[in-house]
Design a protein around this ligand. Structure first.
Ligand code: IDP
Ligand code: MG
Length: 137
């Protein structure tokens, strides 16, 4: 079993897609181990996306991710990291395969509805960033 962090980003929360995305998570056979809505502060978003510091989209990404509440979800499934990335689709919704969450609910390469960890190691780190031991089963 692998854990991975999913985030419903501010665009998809504001557009009312949290329920549809949670349904898809359950249909795909993930176990939800932790779930909460949070509004990231600037420093937290900068830290979470620190790997992208210096890239042209970094400042705008931080502004977007702090623009409204997000829903953070700790997921568990066999092959969870790769499976969640398949369910999300590629970064740019315009290129994402039909039926993927980014194709369904994303609008631009930045406002792409959902986040997913990119490795098992980062999945553990990202879950620990959002959830303490009491908030996760
Ligand atoms: P990922 O979310 O598919 O793993 P990353 O390259 O890790 O993609 O980028 C993190 C996030 O930064 C993306 O999900 C998207 O919101 C934003 N982003 C990535 N590339 C661009 C870009 O070229 N322009 C604007 N925003 C971008
Ligand atoms: Mg990434």
């Amino acid at each position: 079993m692998e854990e991975t962090l999913a985030i419903v980003k501010p665009d998809a929360v504001a557009a009312g897609f949290v329920g549809k995305i949670l349904s898809r998570i359950e249909e795909e056979g993930f176990r939800v181990r932790g779930l909460k809505m949070v509004h990231l502060r600037e420093g937290e978003a900068r830290l979470f996306y620190g790997v992208h510091r210096g890239k042209p989209f970094y400042e705008s990404l931080v502004a977007f991710m702090t623009s409204g509440p997000v829903v953070a979800i700790a997921l568990e499934r066999e092959d969870g990291v790769a499976h969640w990335r398949r369910v999300m689709g590629v970064t740019d919704p315009a290129s994402a395969a039909e039926g993927t969450l980014r194709s369904l609910y994303g609008t631009t390469v930045q406002r792409n509805a959902v986040h997913g960890s990119d490795s098992v190691e980062n999945g553990v780190g990202e879950i620990n960033f959002f959830f303490n031991t009491l908030e996760k089963t």
